[in-house]
Design a protein around this ligand. Structure first.
Ligand code: C2E
Ligand code: CA
Ligand code: CA
Ligand code: CA
Length: 278
């Protein structure tokens, strides 16, 4: 059961969610949303623990439906992935994030990375060429862009996956491994892929420091990331206690409601000079 995702309006029942009618409805609503510009991006700061400053942001997709109100990506992204519409949505997100980077670049702001979530389908859909075209089209430095991919994408034919990743990092765009720790895979692939950052999934962060298992998992991921020369970021940090634990464990960066919810581009500007530790 999807339950009532906070802040979102569930306009179809759990049954509808499973039903073909519900998905067809969502699919056609998403097509209209692309045409009618009902989608927009919000940006959540990633804070560097050494300096207390914003080191980058994650672009997160939002959908304001004219009648149904706010619809969460947790509800519509899975349907978009099934129907293939995710390709058009991911394209729109990449374009919009690069247009935002261009606007910031033009206003004289020093580059920081905007992390864009990439679905498995988009990853294998000529992604290096799309990235190249987006950078060229908007005339932005590659230092504005980061891509968040998930473990699932690394599992299939690894040689071609490595080739795709290398064609991206050769353009000075960096890769982060999202939701790290939630996949089933062996860890041996980690050293083979050009991944800069591991993102510890929120599910391991939320019960820190009370749950000793989650504490052990989080500190072990941080330790391993360091030894393999990856940066490590914790997502979903909500409390001071979680932050203190992560600082002690040697985490590099954090992202979460403790510092900031996802906000508008204007709000990001006003946060750029802020020291989150003071
Ligand atoms: P994700 O990539 O793991 O994104 C992190 C999610 O955690 C976001 O939810 C963010 O708003 C939320 N979050 C951040 N800090 C906190 C916190 O301190 N506490 C809690 N409880 N939550 C926090 P959101 O925006 O609802 O996105 C959900 C998922 O939808 C994302 O998970 C991602 O898988 C997908 N998604 C969002 N935007 C896009 C997109 O542009 N493209 C694709 N393909 N997927 C997207
Ligand atoms: Ca993400
Ligand atoms: Ca994530
Ligand atoms: Ca997550």
């Amino acid at each position: 059961s999807a339950g009532n995702v906070s802040g979102s309006f569930l306009f179809y029942s759990d049954n509808m969610n499973q039903s073909i009618a519900g998905r067809l409805y969502l699919e056609s609503a998403m097509r209209k949303a692309l045409e009618n510009q009902e989608f927009y991006l919000v940006y959540q700061p990633k804070v560097d623990l050494a300096s207390g400053k914003i080191i980058g942001v994650e672009a997160l997709l939002r959908w304001q439906h004219p009648e149904k109100g706010f619809i969460s990506p947790v509800e519509f992204i899975p349907v978009a992935e099934e129907t293939g519409l995710i390709l058009q949505i991911d394209e729109w997100v990449l374009e919009t994030a690069c247009a935002q980077a261009k606007a910031w670049q033009d206003s004289g702001i020093a580059p920081f990375r905007i992390a864009v979530n990439v679905s498995a389908r988009e990853f294998t859909n000529n992604l290096p060429v799309r990235v190249k075209e987006a950078l060229q089209h908007h005339q932005i430095s590659p230092q504005w862009l980061e891509l968040e991919i998930t473990e699932g994408m690394l599992m299939h034919s690894s040689e071609s996956v490595i080739a795709i990743m290398e064609q991206i990092t050769a353009q000075d765009v960096v890769l982060a491994l999202d939701d790290f720790g939630t996949g089933y895979s062996s860890l041996s692939y980690l050293k083979r892929f050009p991944i800069e950052t591991l993102k510890i999934d929120r599910s391991f962060i939320q019960s820190i420091p009370s749950d000793p298992n989650d504490c052990a998992i989080a500190s072990t991921i941080i330790l391993m990331a360091k030894q393999l020369h990856h940066k490590v970021i914790a997502e979903g940090v909500e409390t001071r206690e979680q932050l203190d634990f992560l600082i002690k464990a040697g985490c590099d960066e954090v992202q979460g409601y403790l510092y900031s919810k996802p906000v508008s581009p204007e709000q990001i500007i006003s946060l750029l000079d802020k020291n989150f530790h003071t």
